[in-house]
Design a protein around this ligand. Structure first.
Ligand code: CO
Length: 136
């Protein structure tokens, strides 16, 4: 079961430019900014109801996000859906011949499980799946 949109991630060249529209013009709060060295990004989190806008700024020229910015410019990077059971969701997608970037869930901060679905199988949008800990 798909529970909600957890976040929408947008690549920005720098966080000031990125927060100009979302925080200053629109008035969304910047709840926190985290550095994620493994992915080579700084992330600004702007909550919107049950979801968040995440602004991703590459900190490492070799990261996937840096390559995305270089190739495609700033803009939508991925949409993340929270699911009840990530393994069941991946099985379902495999059965539907949807190409997966992560065949098995990875474990992220706070013990959440996540996996990416290839944009080739989704109509061109990178889709992330989350299963958050302590919830069924
Ligand atoms: Co994400």
């Amino acid at each position: 079961m798909i529970k909600r949109i957890d976040h929408i991630a947008i690549v920005v060249p720098d966080l000031e430019a990125g927060t100009g529209f979302w925080a200053e013009a629109l008035g969304l709060p910047v709840e926190r900014i985290e550095t994620v060295p493994d992915e080579g990004v700084d992330v600004a989190f702007l909550p919107v109801g049950e979801s968040e806008i995440e602004l991703l700024r590459p900190t490492d020229t070799e990261s996937g996000v840096a390559r995305f910015l270089e190739k495609r410019g700033p803009g939508l990077h991925h949409i993340c859906l929270e699911v009840e059971d990530i393994r069941a969701t991946l099985d379902r997608l495999r059965a539907a011949n949807v190409p997966l970037i992560n065949e098995q869930p990875k474990i992220g901060s706070g013990g959440k499980k996540f996996a990416f679905v290839h944009p080739k199988g989704t109509g061109g949008v990178l889709v992330e799946l989350y299963e958050l800990p302590g919830q069924m």
